[in-house]
Design a protein around this ligand. Sequence first.
Ligand SMILES: [Zn+2]
Length: 192
Amino acid sequence: MTSQGHFIFSLSCAIFLKKIEFFRTLNLGEWGHVISGCICTCLLPDIDHPSSFLGKKLSWISVPISKTFGHRGFTHSLFACLCLYIMIFSIPFVRNFFPLDFSCALLVGYFSHILADFLTPLGVPIFWPLNIRFCIPILSANNLKREKKLCMLFLFVSILYPFSEFYSFKNFIDFQLIKDIIKNIYNLFIDF
Ligand SMILES: [Zn+2]
């Protein structure tokens, strides 16, 4: 998946998870913290690829990781998520420095990347060091237009959710008034 695709997908996850009540910290968190946290880590797993957006900027980290684990190896696994969780919540300096909602969003951003790559045919080794890749290949690596459309669709769904707010828009429209206006215009023509 492209960097833009990951960015939009992660943003969608952040908006959606902020709106549902399942993750209370995110639900009650500040929009700025949740979205910025997600964006900070949404490209991080691709640090294992020297040609990726982050890989080019941090080649001194990227090259050794790439040589040791290969692309879509350790960094694209649940084990890496666990390591990030331990780093964020066990190191006192990090734990006390960042707000809790931002820290949780860092995890969401990271996991959203793995989830997005899971939707591509290459898949991800979720249970690394078990070297089996899992995938639901609905996004093709060669079809960037489809990737963009699906990511944009997910973003719109996240923005419109919950859809009850969208439906309540009809309360702003006075249908009786519209009917009366049409009736009056009709009667005017009949009188002619
Ligand atoms: Zn990736």
